[in-house]
Write a protein that binds this ligand. Structure first.
Ligand SMILES: [Cu+2]
Length: 116
């Protein structure tokens, strides 16, 4: 009975040793998914036109009643985060503006504002 037990243990060690070799080959079988999508992550920028509805320097953000932003969204009133509070300098409610939105993996931010 004791010998039978030893044989089982030995077989178990052999199987374990054989299995432990597999993970070495696995990374080669699976393509590295990191390089593809990472290379595709690019900031898309869009030009918009609208009217300032409110300014929120604390966030900082700006609420704009904007016309259609081609390739991004239809006309609507909404708040956009801005990359820097200084973009709000010199702006007032009801000002007509041109603005540039950057859409980085679903996160939209205004990077430039020009008063008309
Ligand atoms: Cu919108």
């Amino acid at each position: 009975m004791a010998q039978k037990g030893l044989i089982v243990i030995c077989l178990g060690l052999i199987v374990t040793a054989a299995c432990s070799k597999q993970p070495v080959n696995q990374p080669q079988a699976t393509p590295t998914p990191v390089s593809g999508p990472a290379a595709a992550v690019q900031a898309n920028s869009y030009q918009g036109v609208g009217v300032v509805k409110s300014l929120n320097p604390q966030l900082p953000a700006i609420e704009i009643d904007h016309e259609e932003v081609v390739g991004l969204m239809p006309a609507m009133q909404m708040e956009f985060p801005v990359t820097d509070v200084s973009l709000l300098n010199g702006l007032a409610v009801n000002d007509r503006i041109d603005f540039t939105i950057v859409d980085q993996t679903g996160e939209m931010k205004i990077i430039a504002i020009k008063k008309k």
